[in-house]
Each structure stands twice: as structure tokens, then as C-alpha cells.
Design a protein. Structure first.
Length: 238
């Protein structure tokens, strides 16, 4: 199992939910590989070079490392992504035949649509050039102390996981989990994913959690999400 963290996060994720998930998976006999995208967490590199396409490449490389580990069954590899990591995971799953099962937590979908939805709700999204003026060497954008290059802003709306899944020729199982109180990614995004997957003939399960936020920031919320996700991978990879 490969776990893809969200934007500006790390391999531990908020309230260490990825650590807790990895332990739950391990107890069920499923190896979990957490990693930091380049420029995030404790990895090398600079966050200012981050783009979604580059993170997809990082995730592909991490999947290769996982597949090469002793004791790993290369025919049963799963992938999970949270938030922007969900966008990355969906794109990779659609393009890499090694991925046999996918789970998406609060996943970003059509980035252009996400941006328009955020503007309607008066939320400044990271790639909104009007939200942060370029400053510093190379004209980077200052997003709360995170330096982002113009490449991120121009490239993000061009990466669409829904299109990737729609055009993929394989049909692997996908689970979608999303909270109705998600202020970062509208819960309607899960409906968009579900529609594409259902129409495409994917085995798909959608779970909408009433009143739950973007990162499942409550003990009972995280416990439920971890329980469902562990059960999903046990069924679809076992």
C-alpha cells in the first residue's frame, strides 16, 4: 500500500492519521509505505519546484520502490491519496497497471472546477494568482511561508484525474470517502468521481460522512475512516 499525502503536508498527515492507518494495515497483513513528496516533510528538494505532475512522478517512483521490497506481492499493490494526494493517486492509478485498488480521501478532482468553486465560496486557492503576488527570487508566490513557482499555478488546472480515470482501459476497484463539512474540497467532488467511475464500469463504493471535515480531525471520525479503508484493501487486495 502506498500512501500519498496532501498539499503542504507530510507522510504523517494531520493528527498522524497516516501513521495510524499504516499500523492498522500492518495488523491486517498489509504493508504500508508512507513517503514525503520532494520538497515536503523531511525529503530533499525545494517545495518551490513542486507541481502536480512532478508529484505524480514521485508517487510512481515510490510505487516502484515498494514493489521492489522483499516480501511484497507485486500483483496486489494498492494506492491511497488524501486531498491533493488523492488527485495524484487517481492519476497514477489510471496510468500504472501495477495499481490494483484505489482509495481516495477528500480527493481533489477537476482542478479548474475546484478553483471556480473555491472562488464562489471566497476561498483563496493555492494556484489563484490573485491570492498571492509573486515575490522573491524567481518570482515565486508566498503561500503562508511556502514558496510556489509559477509552474505550479499554470500546470495545476491542466491535470484532471477524472479525465485520466475516464480514459483508462483498466477497471480496478475504487473507494471514495468525503465529509459534508469539507471546507477545502466540496463534497460534490466525490459525486463527480462516482459518476465517472460508475459510468466507466469501475467497481466503486462512495461513503459520504455527515458533518465531517476535510482531514477527519476527530478521534471517532479518523477511527471510522481507518476501519473502512483497512477493510476495503483487505477485500480488494486479499
Amino acid at each position: 500500500m502506498l500512501l500519498c499525502h496532501g498539499f503542504t503536508a507530510s507522510r504523517n498527515e494531520s493528527h498522524w492519521i497516516f501513521v495510524k492507518l499504516a499500523r492498522a494495515l500492518a495488523k491486517s497483513g498489509i504493508a504500508a509505505y508512507r513517503f514525503d513528496f520532494r520538497g515536503s516533510g523531511e525529503s530533499t528538494g525545494e517545495f518551490s519546484t513542486m507541481t502536480i505532475r512532478r508529484e505524480i512522478g514521485d508517487a510512481r517512483a515510490a510505487l516502484g520502490l515498494l514493489a521492489g521490497e522483499a516480501g511484497i506481492d507485486r500483483s496486489r499493490l494498492g494506492l491511497l491519496g488524501l486531498s491533493l494526494g488523492g488527485c495524484v493517486a487517481a492519476n497514477l492509478a489510471a496510468r500504472d497497471a501495477r495499481v490494483r485498488s484505489l482509495a481516495l480521501w477528500s480527493a481533489v478532482g477537476d482542478t479548474s472546477r475546484w478553483f471556480r468553486s473555491a472562488k464562489r465560496r471566497h476561498i483563496a486557492m493555492p494556484w489563484d494568482p490573485k491570492a498571492r503576488r509573486p515575490r522573491g527570487p524567481g518570482g515565486v508566490f508566498d503561500l503562508g511561508g511556502h514558496a510556489l513557482s509559477p509552474d505550479f499555478f499554470t500546470g495545476a488546472p491542466k491535470v484532471n484525474p477524472l479525465t485520466a480515470l475516464r480514459t483508462c482501459r483498466r477497471r480496478f476497484p475504487v473507494m471514495l470517502i468525503h465529509g459534508t463539512a469539507d471546507a477545502a474540497v466540496p463534497v460534490s467532488t466525490a459525486d463527480e468521481y462516482f459518476d465517472v467511475l460508475l459510468r466507466g464500469g469501475y467497481p466503486v463504493r462512495k461513503v459520504i460522512l455527515a458533518g465531517v471535515d476535510h482531514s477527519y480531525n476527530r478521534l471517532d471520525w479518523e477511527a471510522e475512516v481507518i476501519r473502512m479503508t483497512t477493510g476495503w484493501f483487505k477485500r480488494t487486495l486479499g
